[in-house]
Design a protein around this ligand. Structure first.
Ligand code: NAP
Length: 340
């Protein structure tokens, strides 16, 4: 376990970085995204923060709170339902018009549901879209800005990282159905969880190969009491809140979760491939190679090791197949304006 002392010492050191780091929190209006944004604002100089979500009232309250925490910060809210990939493109366009670089893309938008497949007008399951397709579309759309951050000649300003918070474990235990990656025909809650996990795992590895100046992290938060069940209505949300109280000793406190995720989002040990050489405490990447630029993290900051199941899944170019499928989905929906 990476100790909280190590994490706090590192996070406090971010004050020595150049002012004006740009961070985009997709899902920054609640839970782990908000808690990490709060730590980013607390620990950096004059950051530019973008919060993406749907809740304008909550966003306005958060912007006031974060501005009070660090009056040098510039805070913006972009209201958008990003379960639609076309909305993701609009958000990316707006950020590109305002910024020339992005140092951190932090992806947490999602929710917990016991409902079955719920198709968006673009033909994807809503939750699956939030947990995978929309996240990858953000990475693709903002990759020129992440590359611009990576290419900054000032080492105090060249942080370039994308973090997806979901669950890398499931992908190391279960194999996806390559015949139906979008789960059009074989949707179940278990399949959706498995595909979300393994597709984040392997697509981020592909991203690390394609963008060696940026590092990619898939992080498991463990249990954290957040608004995750809000979409389920007042009854189930109430049950979740009561259960969270009972389970409190076993949950990661929300403030600690933010501190730990800020570490995952900024610590040099999770270096991009092109900048790994000479880094102290450099971690093993998800492919087992030190400093390969893609890292799967447990809640405590430790990297996950390889599993037998994952070795099997990797055979036959699994990562390439997943990325080709993802590009096909993007082409049909975003370029041809159709449904998948
Ligand atoms: N909390 C846990 O114990 C836990 C455990 C394992 C994995 N996770 C995963 O971690 C991630 C973050 O969870 P959390 O606990 O921080 O959840 P949360 O408190 O419910 O926050 C989710 C965020 O996603 C945004 N969001 C949801 N649907 C959206 C949409 N259609 N368009 C735009 N934004 C949307 C919400 O913003 P608006 O309400 O403003 O739209 C909110 O900011 C999720 O993917 C979750 O599955 C959580």
């Amino acid at each position: 376990m990476v100790s909280l002392t190590t994490i706090r010492t590192h996070n406090a050191s971010l004050k020595t970085l150049s002012p004006g780091l740009v961070a985009v929190f997709v899902g920054g209006t609640s839970g782990i995204g908000l808690s990490t944004a709060r730590e980013f604002v607390r620990n950096t100089n004059s950051p530019h923060i973008y919060l993406i979500g749907r809740n304008q009232t909550e966003a306005s309250r958060i912007i006031d709170e974060l501005h009070e925490l660090n009056p040098s910060s510039q805070l913006s809210f972009i209201k958008s339902d990003i379960s639609l990939l076309k909305s993701v493109d609009e958000v990316c366009k707006e950020i590109k018009e305002k910024e020339s670089k992005v140092n951190l893309l932090f992806l947490t938008a999602g929710y917990l549901t016991f409902k079955g497949r719920d198709e968006t007008t673009e033909g994807l399951d809503r939750k699956f879209s939030l947990h995978y397709y929309a996240r990858m579309r953000f990475i693709q759309g903002l990759s020129p800005l992440l590359a611009a951050a990576a290419n900054d000649s000032n080492p105090s300003a060249n942080l370039s990282r994308a973090v997806s918070v979901l669950d890398p474990h499931l992908g190391t235990r279960w194999t996806p159905n390559f015949e139906d990656l979008s789960l059009k025909r074989t949707f179940s809650l278990k399949n959706c969880a498995t595909h979300g996990s393994v597709m984040n795992n392997l697509a981020l590895e592909e991203m690390a190969k394609a963008h060696p100046g940026t590092s990619f992290v898939h992080a498991y938060p463990s249990g954290v009491a957040t608004g995750l069940m809000r979409a389920q209505g007042p009854v189930l949300n109430g049950v979740w809140k009561a259960a969270s109280l009972l389970m409190k000793p076993f949950l990661v406190p929300i403030g600690e979760s933010g501190e730990r995720h800020l570490f995952a989002a900024t610590a040099p040990r999770f270096a991009p491939k092109s900048k790994a050489e000479g880094v102290q405490d450099l971690e093993k990447g998800s492919d087992g190679v030190k400093g390969s630029g893609s890292y799967w993290l447990n809640w405590d900051g430790e990297v996950l090791g390889e599993s037998k199941k994952m070795v099997d899944t990797r055979t036959d170019d699994a990562g390439k197949k997943i990325w080709e499928h993802t590009e096909e989905v993007f082409r049909k929906i975003c370029e041809e304006g159709g449904r998948y």
